[in-house]
Design a protein around this ligand. Structure first.
Ligand code: DI6
Ligand code: FE
Length: 383
């Protein structure tokens, strides 16, 4: 049965872990004494995982969105202080507390759709102090909400104004020192980069990855989003957890990540916002058995989206992913993209984090547009 769907199922939970799952007729006697909750025939899935977000940032870019729709050119937007630079400026000005307060409503929107794990990147500081502040803010979210936060250091996200003409020096003087300082404080779960003509070259990313390897940290990469620089192949050489965006990934790149066991993270929110026309190579990924994940890419520029359910719908409608692939993309494959083995499926020993839905069939999660059928979330999340 696709989805491994079980009618009239029961799940036994002990010590916040799944102790047993199967048909309720087969529930072993030893669980009879546990307190019971009836879900009245509702559908249960693993709780959702958003494995790629930039949810911590200062300010917003609504004004520039409006400017562009009123006919302003990219240059005019940039000259009036718009674009990623404006987010960097606003993020540097914000305190840790302000960054957390600004992020919480976005976090709440995700939690309301059954998400219990969110990956959060740095990358709008681009100086040592602000990169650290962003990661501290990300970790602090766990003190305010019942959610598990996984961090990625993204110092190599964009070239700050004062390093425009010498981005190599940025890698040496800011990015790698910031990574080391963040690691020392326990703020880094993985190391990410943006490998692109408008950002960093494969050679520069490689230096960041070498630094990550020395610290024993896993890597992932924004690769092949706007062009094909061979970022995915480089990431595969470092056994990357994931390569993300990948609209311009070709078959050689797909082969490389299939060998390294790297997850392909599909981000339809950015594709949609940028009105991209190059589709990620879903069929090639399928043929080479590369597991696919789906995420919001929540960020103020290319994906101001907080709905993982909408990302599922877009993955299906824009990219022809199947609803089954979409659900795996926000559960088990999203867990793998974060290197997590204790969540993402309903299996004995995993964290008891379940989403309960007012639907009959799992395809309804991807089929609806802008409708939230979450009934409740079960299970206390533990870090
Ligand atoms: N790829 C993107 O689409 C965003 N970052 C990245 O690496 C853009 C971020 C922004 O415009 O604020
Ligand atoms: Fe991103």
């Amino acid at each position: 049965m696709p989805y491994g769907l079980i009618e009239n199922a029961a799940v036994a939970i002990k010590d916040n872990k799944i102790a047993w799952a199967g048909s309720s007729n087969d529930l072993p006697d030893r669980y009879e004494d546990l307190p019971k909750t009836s879900l009245e025939g509702r559908l249960v899935t693993p709780a959702l995982i958003d494995c790629h977000t930039h949810i911590i940032f200062g300010g917003d870019r609504a004004a520039e969105f409006e400017m562009r729709l009123n006919g302003a050119s990219y240059e005019e937007v940039a000259r009036s202080g718009g674009g990623i630079v404006s987010t960097v400026t606003a993020t540097r000005k914000a305190s840790q507390k302000e960054l957390v307060q600004a992020a919480l409503p976005r976090v709440d929107a995700m939690l309301a759709e059954g998400v219990t794990t969110i990956e959060v990147k740095s990358g709008y500081g681009l100086d040592v102090e602000t990169e650290l502040t962003m990661l501290r803010a990300a970790r602090e979210i766990e003190n305010h909400r019942n959610v598990r936060i996984i961090t990625s250091f993204l110092g190599a996200h964009a070239i700050p104004e004062d390093y425009k003409t010498h981005s190599d020096a940025y890698i040496d003087e800011i990015c790698i020192p910031a990574l080391k300082a963040a690691y020392k404080e326990g703020l880094v779960d993985a190391v990410d980069g943006f490998c692109e003509g408008i950002a960093f070259s494969p050679d520069q990313i490689k230096r960041v990855f070498v630094a990550a390897r020395r610290l024993n940290l896993p890597v992932k990469l924004h690769a092949e989003q706007l062009s094909n620089l061979g970022g995915a192949k480089l990431a595969a050489e470092f056994d990357a957890l994931s390569v993300d965006h990948i609209e311009y990934l070709d078959e050689n790149g797909v082969k490389a990540i299939s060998k390294s066991g790297t997850i392909a993270v599909i981000l339809p929110g950015a594709f949609y916002t940028l009105r991209e026309t190059q589709m990620p190579p879903i069929e090639l990924l399928r043929n080479h058995k590369v597991p696919m994940a789906l995420a919001t890419d929540c960020n103020p520029g290319s994906s101001p989206m907080t709905s993982l359910l909408l990302a599922m719908n877009m993955g299906c409608t824009l990219f022809r992913m199947t609803p089954f692939e979409a659900l795996k993309g926000v559960t088990i494959n999203a867990a793998k993209a974060l290197g997590l083995e204790d969540c993402g499926s309903i299996e004995i020993g995993k964290r008891a984090e379940l989403a309960v839905w007012d639907i009959r069939h799992p395809a309804e999660l991807s089929y609806r547009i802008g409708f939230n059928s979450l009934h409740s979330v079960i299970g206390k999340q533990q870090k």
